[in-house]
Ligand binder design. Structure first.
Ligand SMILES: NC(=O)c1ccc[n+]([C@@H]2O[C@H](COP(=O)([O-])OP(=O)(O)OC[C@H]3O[C@@H](n4cnc5c(N)ncnc54)[C@H](O)[C@@H]3O)[C@@H](O)[C@H]2O)c1
Length: 335
Protein backbone atom coordinates (compact mmCIF):
# COMPACT_ATOMS: atom_id res chain seq x y z
CA UNK A 1 0.00 0.00 0.00
CA UNK A 2 1.23 3.50 -0.79
CA UNK A 3 1.43 6.79 1.10
CA UNK A 4 -0.52 9.30 -0.98
CA UNK A 5 -1.00 13.05 -0.64
CA UNK A 6 -4.00 14.70 -2.29
CA UNK A 7 -3.86 18.44 -2.94
CA UNK A 8 -7.40 19.72 -3.32
CA UNK A 9 -10.27 18.71 -1.06
CA UNK A 10 -13.27 19.64 -3.20
CA UNK A 11 -15.61 17.20 -4.92
CA UNK A 12 -12.98 15.28 -6.86
CA UNK A 13 -10.16 15.24 -4.32
CA UNK A 14 -12.64 13.93 -1.76
CA UNK A 15 -14.17 11.30 -4.05
CA UNK A 16 -10.69 10.06 -4.98
CA UNK A 17 -9.68 9.96 -1.30
CA UNK A 18 -12.67 7.63 -0.87
CA UNK A 19 -11.47 5.36 -3.71
CA UNK A 20 -7.89 5.34 -2.46
CA UNK A 21 -8.83 4.67 1.17
CA UNK A 22 -11.09 1.83 -0.01
CA UNK A 23 -7.92 0.46 -1.64
CA UNK A 24 -6.07 0.58 1.69
CA UNK A 25 -3.67 3.47 1.02
CA UNK A 26 -2.50 5.90 3.69
CA UNK A 27 -3.80 9.38 2.88
CA UNK A 28 -3.21 13.02 3.71
CA UNK A 29 -5.28 15.77 2.08
CA UNK A 30 -4.52 19.49 1.65
CA UNK A 31 -6.76 22.44 0.89
CA UNK A 32 -6.08 26.17 1.32
CA UNK A 33 -9.58 26.58 2.74
CA UNK A 34 -9.63 26.49 6.56
CA UNK A 35 -13.38 25.84 6.72
CA UNK A 36 -13.13 22.93 4.29
CA UNK A 37 -10.32 21.32 6.31
CA UNK A 38 -12.19 21.91 9.58
CA UNK A 39 -15.34 20.28 8.12
CA UNK A 40 -13.44 17.26 6.79
CA UNK A 41 -11.41 16.78 9.97
CA UNK A 42 -14.37 16.96 12.32
CA UNK A 43 -17.22 15.47 10.25
CA UNK A 44 -15.22 13.07 8.02
CA UNK A 45 -17.53 14.17 5.25
CA UNK A 46 -17.47 16.81 2.47
CA UNK A 47 -20.89 18.01 3.60
CA UNK A 48 -21.07 20.82 1.00
CA UNK A 49 -20.21 18.80 -2.09
CA UNK A 50 -20.58 15.10 -1.26
CA UNK A 51 -23.17 14.94 1.53
CA UNK A 52 -23.77 11.44 2.85
CA UNK A 53 -20.40 10.08 1.70
CA UNK A 54 -18.69 8.86 4.87
CA UNK A 55 -14.93 9.15 4.67
CA UNK A 56 -12.24 7.09 6.37
CA UNK A 57 -11.63 8.80 9.74
CA UNK A 58 -7.89 8.00 9.58
CA UNK A 59 -7.33 10.42 6.66
CA UNK A 60 -5.20 13.38 7.76
CA UNK A 61 -6.36 16.86 6.66
CA UNK A 62 -4.34 20.06 6.73
CA UNK A 63 -4.12 23.57 5.28
CA UNK A 64 -0.35 23.24 5.71
CA UNK A 65 1.04 21.75 2.50
CA UNK A 66 4.30 20.82 4.29
CA UNK A 67 2.29 18.28 6.31
CA UNK A 68 0.76 16.65 3.23
CA UNK A 69 3.38 16.57 0.48
CA UNK A 70 6.66 15.28 2.01
CA UNK A 71 7.20 11.56 2.59
CA UNK A 72 4.52 10.49 0.11
CA UNK A 73 5.17 8.18 -2.80
CA UNK A 74 2.42 9.78 -4.87
CA UNK A 75 0.84 13.25 -4.96
CA UNK A 76 -2.58 13.65 -6.60
CA UNK A 77 -3.26 17.17 -7.86
CA UNK A 78 -7.01 17.77 -7.60
CA UNK A 79 -7.43 21.55 -7.66
CA UNK A 80 -9.32 23.33 -10.47
CA UNK A 81 -7.14 23.87 -13.56
CA UNK A 82 -6.60 27.65 -13.13
CA UNK A 83 -4.88 26.88 -9.78
CA UNK A 84 -2.67 23.98 -10.88
CA UNK A 85 0.45 26.06 -11.59
CA UNK A 86 0.27 28.06 -8.34
CA UNK A 87 -0.42 24.84 -6.38
CA UNK A 88 2.54 23.05 -7.99
CA UNK A 89 4.72 26.06 -7.06
CA UNK A 90 3.40 25.81 -3.50
CA UNK A 91 4.25 22.08 -3.41
CA UNK A 92 7.71 22.53 -4.92
CA UNK A 93 9.77 23.18 -1.74
CA UNK A 94 8.48 19.88 -0.26
CA UNK A 95 8.61 17.63 -3.33
CA UNK A 96 11.46 15.19 -3.91
CA UNK A 97 12.40 13.83 -7.34
CA UNK A 98 11.20 10.31 -6.57
CA UNK A 99 7.58 11.28 -5.98
CA UNK A 100 5.03 10.52 -8.68
CA UNK A 101 2.59 13.30 -9.52
CA UNK A 102 -0.87 12.37 -10.81
CA UNK A 103 -2.94 15.21 -12.21
CA UNK A 104 -6.72 14.79 -12.24
CA UNK A 105 -7.53 18.41 -13.17
CA UNK A 106 -9.08 19.13 -16.57
CA UNK A 107 -8.15 22.30 -18.40
CA UNK A 108 -5.79 24.22 -20.64
CA UNK A 109 -3.80 27.09 -19.18
CA UNK A 110 -4.62 30.61 -20.28
CA UNK A 111 -1.88 32.24 -22.36
CA UNK A 112 0.50 29.20 -22.45
CA UNK A 113 -2.17 26.74 -23.72
CA UNK A 114 -0.46 24.00 -21.74
CA UNK A 115 -2.21 20.95 -20.38
CA UNK A 116 -2.09 20.20 -16.66
CA UNK A 117 0.70 17.61 -16.90
CA UNK A 118 2.73 20.04 -19.03
CA UNK A 119 2.34 22.68 -16.30
CA UNK A 120 3.47 20.21 -13.66
CA UNK A 121 6.45 19.20 -15.80
CA UNK A 122 7.33 22.92 -16.09
CA UNK A 123 7.31 23.42 -12.33
CA UNK A 124 8.54 19.96 -11.23
CA UNK A 125 10.65 18.78 -14.19
CA UNK A 126 12.33 15.91 -12.33
CA UNK A 127 9.12 14.15 -11.30
CA UNK A 128 7.32 11.43 -13.25
CA UNK A 129 3.83 12.69 -14.09
CA UNK A 130 0.64 10.89 -15.07
CA UNK A 131 -2.88 12.08 -15.92
CA UNK A 132 -6.09 10.38 -14.80
CA UNK A 133 -9.24 11.35 -16.70
CA UNK A 134 -12.54 10.03 -18.00
CA UNK A 135 -16.30 10.15 -17.43
CA UNK A 136 -16.33 10.32 -13.64
CA UNK A 137 -18.60 12.59 -11.65
CA UNK A 138 -17.53 12.75 -8.02
CA UNK A 139 -21.14 12.44 -6.82
CA UNK A 140 -21.32 8.93 -8.33
CA UNK A 141 -17.77 7.81 -7.46
CA UNK A 142 -18.42 8.88 -3.85
CA UNK A 143 -21.39 6.50 -3.85
CA UNK A 144 -19.26 3.70 -5.30
CA UNK A 145 -21.17 3.63 -8.59
CA UNK A 146 -19.40 1.88 -11.49
CA UNK A 147 -16.98 4.29 -13.17
CA UNK A 148 -14.23 3.90 -15.78
CA UNK A 149 -11.28 6.21 -16.39
CA UNK A 150 -7.91 6.24 -18.15
CA UNK A 151 -4.46 6.55 -16.55
CA UNK A 152 -2.09 8.06 -19.12
CA UNK A 153 1.67 8.31 -18.80
CA UNK A 154 4.73 8.39 -21.02
CA UNK A 155 5.89 5.06 -19.59
CA UNK A 156 3.81 1.88 -19.48
CA UNK A 157 5.17 1.07 -16.01
CA UNK A 158 3.96 4.39 -14.61
CA UNK A 159 0.51 4.11 -16.21
CA UNK A 160 0.16 0.58 -14.82
CA UNK A 161 1.33 1.69 -11.37
CA UNK A 162 -1.32 4.45 -11.31
CA UNK A 163 -3.88 1.91 -12.54
CA UNK A 164 -2.95 -0.40 -9.66
CA UNK A 165 -3.32 2.39 -7.09
CA UNK A 166 -6.81 3.46 -8.10
CA UNK A 167 -8.48 0.39 -9.59
CA UNK A 168 -11.11 -1.51 -7.59
CA UNK A 169 -14.48 -3.15 -8.12
CA UNK A 170 -16.36 0.11 -8.79
CA UNK A 171 -13.49 2.19 -10.24
CA UNK A 172 -12.04 0.60 -13.37
CA UNK A 173 -8.85 2.13 -14.76
CA UNK A 174 -7.51 1.61 -18.29
CA UNK A 175 -4.01 2.68 -19.31
CA UNK A 176 -2.85 4.78 -22.25
CA UNK A 177 0.44 6.19 -23.58
CA UNK A 178 -1.44 9.14 -25.15
CA UNK A 179 -1.18 11.70 -22.34
CA UNK A 180 -1.90 14.64 -24.64
CA UNK A 181 -5.03 13.06 -26.11
CA UNK A 182 -6.37 12.11 -22.68
CA UNK A 183 -5.81 15.62 -21.34
CA UNK A 184 -7.15 17.48 -24.37
CA UNK A 185 -10.31 15.36 -24.43
CA UNK A 186 -10.92 16.10 -20.73
CA UNK A 187 -10.34 19.83 -21.11
CA UNK A 188 -12.14 20.53 -24.37
CA UNK A 189 -15.32 18.59 -23.66
CA UNK A 190 -16.15 21.29 -21.10
CA UNK A 191 -16.54 23.80 -23.94
CA UNK A 192 -19.07 21.57 -25.68
CA UNK A 193 -20.85 21.02 -22.33
CA UNK A 194 -21.36 24.79 -22.11
CA UNK A 195 -22.90 24.70 -25.60
CA UNK A 196 -25.11 21.71 -24.69
CA UNK A 197 -26.26 23.54 -21.56
CA UNK A 198 -27.07 26.67 -23.58
CA UNK A 199 -29.09 24.51 -25.99
CA UNK A 200 -31.05 23.05 -23.05
CA UNK A 201 -31.52 26.51 -21.54
CA UNK A 202 -32.92 27.81 -24.83
CA UNK A 203 -35.46 25.00 -24.72
CA UNK A 204 -34.06 23.07 -27.68
CA UNK A 205 -34.32 19.30 -27.70
CA UNK A 206 -32.31 16.13 -27.96
CA UNK A 207 -31.68 16.48 -31.70
CA UNK A 208 -29.72 19.68 -31.25
CA UNK A 209 -27.80 18.33 -28.29
CA UNK A 210 -26.83 15.17 -30.16
CA UNK A 211 -25.63 17.37 -33.03
CA UNK A 212 -23.54 19.53 -30.67
CA UNK A 213 -21.99 16.47 -29.07
CA UNK A 214 -21.20 14.76 -32.39
CA UNK A 215 -19.89 17.82 -34.19
CA UNK A 216 -18.21 18.87 -30.93
CA UNK A 217 -16.11 15.71 -30.68
CA UNK A 218 -15.33 16.14 -34.39
CA UNK A 219 -13.91 19.62 -33.68
CA UNK A 220 -12.03 18.42 -30.58
CA UNK A 221 -10.54 15.47 -32.48
CA UNK A 222 -9.42 17.61 -35.43
CA UNK A 223 -7.63 19.99 -33.11
CA UNK A 224 -6.18 17.28 -30.84
CA UNK A 225 -4.90 15.27 -33.82
CA UNK A 226 -3.22 18.34 -35.27
CA UNK A 227 -1.38 18.72 -31.95
CA UNK A 228 -0.24 15.07 -31.97
CA UNK A 229 -2.96 13.24 -30.02
CA UNK A 230 -4.28 9.88 -31.25
CA UNK A 231 -7.67 9.35 -32.87
CA UNK A 232 -8.56 6.32 -30.72
CA UNK A 233 -8.09 8.34 -27.55
CA UNK A 234 -10.65 10.91 -28.65
CA UNK A 235 -13.16 8.16 -29.42
CA UNK A 236 -12.43 6.54 -26.04
CA UNK A 237 -13.40 7.15 -22.42
CA UNK A 238 -11.47 10.38 -21.95
CA UNK A 239 -12.79 11.80 -25.24
CA UNK A 240 -16.31 10.92 -26.34
CA UNK A 241 -16.98 9.17 -23.00
CA UNK A 242 -16.33 12.28 -20.94
CA UNK A 243 -18.11 14.46 -23.50
CA UNK A 244 -21.29 12.37 -23.21
CA UNK A 245 -21.35 12.48 -19.42
CA UNK A 246 -20.59 16.20 -19.23
CA UNK A 247 -23.16 17.20 -21.82
CA UNK A 248 -25.98 15.15 -20.31
CA UNK A 249 -25.41 14.95 -16.55
CA UNK A 250 -27.18 16.99 -13.90
CA UNK A 251 -23.85 17.00 -12.03
CA UNK A 252 -21.97 18.94 -14.73
CA UNK A 253 -21.14 22.48 -13.65
CA UNK A 254 -20.25 23.44 -17.23
CA UNK A 255 -23.59 22.25 -18.57
CA UNK A 256 -25.35 24.04 -15.71
CA UNK A 257 -23.53 27.33 -16.40
CA UNK A 258 -24.48 26.99 -20.08
CA UNK A 259 -28.09 26.26 -19.13
CA UNK A 260 -28.28 29.46 -17.08
CA UNK A 261 -26.82 31.44 -19.99
CA UNK A 262 -29.35 29.87 -22.34
CA UNK A 263 -32.02 31.10 -19.94
CA UNK A 264 -30.69 34.64 -20.29
CA UNK A 265 -28.13 34.97 -17.49
CA UNK A 266 -24.79 36.68 -18.19
CA UNK A 267 -21.62 34.54 -18.10
CA UNK A 268 -20.45 36.27 -14.92
CA UNK A 269 -23.75 35.69 -13.10
CA UNK A 270 -23.92 32.08 -14.31
CA UNK A 271 -20.40 31.41 -13.01
CA UNK A 272 -21.32 32.89 -9.62
CA UNK A 273 -24.52 30.86 -9.46
CA UNK A 274 -22.62 27.62 -10.09
CA UNK A 275 -20.29 28.36 -7.12
CA UNK A 276 -17.41 26.32 -8.57
CA UNK A 277 -14.83 27.12 -11.23
CA UNK A 278 -16.45 26.72 -14.67
CA UNK A 279 -13.39 25.40 -16.46
CA UNK A 280 -15.08 25.36 -19.89
CA UNK A 281 -14.98 29.17 -19.94
CA UNK A 282 -11.17 29.12 -19.72
CA UNK A 283 -10.87 26.15 -22.07
CA UNK A 284 -13.09 27.91 -24.63
CA UNK A 285 -10.69 30.81 -24.90
CA UNK A 286 -7.67 28.50 -25.09
CA UNK A 287 -9.36 26.27 -27.69
CA UNK A 288 -10.18 29.27 -29.87
CA UNK A 289 -6.60 30.51 -29.84
CA UNK A 290 -5.22 27.02 -30.42
CA UNK A 291 -7.59 26.49 -33.36
CA UNK A 292 -6.28 29.70 -34.97
CA UNK A 293 -2.71 28.68 -34.30
CA UNK A 294 -3.19 25.19 -35.78
CA UNK A 295 -5.43 26.36 -38.63
CA UNK A 296 -8.22 23.99 -37.53
CA UNK A 297 -11.82 25.07 -38.08
CA UNK A 298 -13.84 24.92 -34.82
CA UNK A 299 -17.20 26.59 -35.49
CA UNK A 300 -18.87 25.58 -32.19
CA UNK A 301 -15.87 26.78 -30.20
CA UNK A 302 -15.88 30.03 -32.17
CA UNK A 303 -19.57 30.70 -31.49
CA UNK A 304 -19.22 29.80 -27.80
CA UNK A 305 -16.39 32.31 -27.49
CA UNK A 306 -18.57 35.02 -28.99
CA UNK A 307 -21.41 34.17 -26.59
CA UNK A 308 -19.04 34.12 -23.60
CA UNK A 309 -16.82 37.08 -24.33
CA UNK A 310 -18.65 39.26 -26.85
CA UNK A 311 -22.17 39.11 -25.41
CA UNK A 312 -23.56 37.42 -28.51
CA UNK A 313 -27.16 36.24 -28.18
CA UNK A 314 -27.06 32.40 -27.99
CA UNK A 315 -29.99 32.20 -30.46
CA UNK A 316 -27.97 34.16 -33.01
CA UNK A 317 -25.04 31.78 -32.43
CA UNK A 318 -27.27 28.75 -33.08
CA UNK A 319 -28.67 30.43 -36.22
CA UNK A 320 -25.16 31.04 -37.55
CA UNK A 321 -24.16 27.42 -36.92
CA UNK A 322 -27.23 26.23 -38.83
CA UNK A 323 -26.56 28.55 -41.77
CA UNK A 324 -22.92 27.68 -42.35
CA UNK A 325 -22.02 26.76 -45.93
CA UNK A 326 -23.28 23.39 -47.14
CA UNK A 327 -20.64 20.72 -46.80
CA UNK A 328 -19.96 16.99 -46.59
CA UNK A 329 -20.04 15.47 -43.11
CA UNK A 330 -16.43 14.36 -43.56
CA UNK A 331 -14.36 15.95 -46.29
CA UNK A 332 -12.00 12.94 -46.22
CA UNK A 333 -14.62 10.49 -47.56
CA UNK A 334 -14.73 10.14 -51.32
CA UNK A 335 -17.42 8.83 -53.68
N1 LIG B 1 -15.98 17.10 -9.60
C1 LIG B 1 -15.84 16.06 -10.41
O1 LIG B 1 -16.72 15.22 -10.53
C2 LIG B 1 -14.56 15.92 -11.20
C3 LIG B 1 -14.33 14.72 -11.88
C4 LIG B 1 -13.18 14.56 -12.64
C5 LIG B 1 -12.25 15.61 -12.68
N2 LIG B 1 -12.51 16.75 -12.00
C6 LIG B 1 -11.50 17.82 -12.07
O2 LIG B 1 -10.87 17.93 -10.80
C7 LIG B 1 -10.48 19.28 -10.57
C8 LIG B 1 -11.04 19.72 -9.23
O3 LIG B 1 -12.44 19.74 -9.34
P1 LIG B 1 -13.42 19.73 -8.09
O4 LIG B 1 -14.74 19.36 -8.60
O5 LIG B 1 -12.85 18.92 -6.99
O6 LIG B 1 -13.39 21.25 -7.69
P2 LIG B 1 -13.93 21.91 -6.35
O7 LIG B 1 -14.27 23.32 -6.70
O8 LIG B 1 -14.98 21.06 -5.74
O9 LIG B 1 -12.68 21.87 -5.35
C9 LIG B 1 -11.49 22.48 -5.59
C10 LIG B 1 -10.49 22.42 -4.43
O10 LIG B 1 -9.50 23.42 -4.72
C11 LIG B 1 -9.37 24.30 -3.62
N3 LIG B 1 -9.04 25.64 -4.04
C12 LIG B 1 -9.88 26.71 -4.17
N4 LIG B 1 -9.16 27.79 -4.55
C13 LIG B 1 -7.87 27.39 -4.65
C14 LIG B 1 -6.67 28.04 -4.99
N5 LIG B 1 -6.65 29.34 -5.32
N6 LIG B 1 -5.53 27.32 -5.00
C15 LIG B 1 -5.54 26.01 -4.70
N7 LIG B 1 -6.65 25.34 -4.35
C16 LIG B 1 -7.80 26.03 -4.34
C17 LIG B 1 -10.71 24.24 -2.92
O11 LIG B 1 -10.58 24.66 -1.58
C18 LIG B 1 -11.04 22.75 -3.05
O12 LIG B 1 -10.33 22.03 -2.08
C19 LIG B 1 -11.02 20.08 -11.75
O13 LIG B 1 -10.01 20.30 -12.69
C20 LIG B 1 -12.09 19.17 -12.35
O14 LIG B 1 -12.26 19.36 -13.74
C21 LIG B 1 -13.62 16.92 -11.26
Amino acid sequence: MARIGIVGAGSWGTALSHVLSDNGHELAVWSPDVNEIEMLSTKHMQTDKLPGVELDPTILYSTDISKVVPDKEVIVVAVPSPFVRSTAERMKPYVNDQQIIVTVAKGIEDETYKTMSQIIEDVLPANATAALSGPSHAEEVGRRMPTTVVAAAASKELAEYVQSLFMNDYFRVYTSPDVLGVELGGALKNVIALAAGISDGLGFGDNGKAALMTRGIHEISNMALSLGAKDVTLSGLSGIGDLIVTCTSVHSRNRKAGYLMGQGMSMKDAMEEVHQVVEGVYAAKAAYHLSRRCGVEMPIVEQINQVLFEDKDPRTAVGELMHRDRKAEDAGLTW
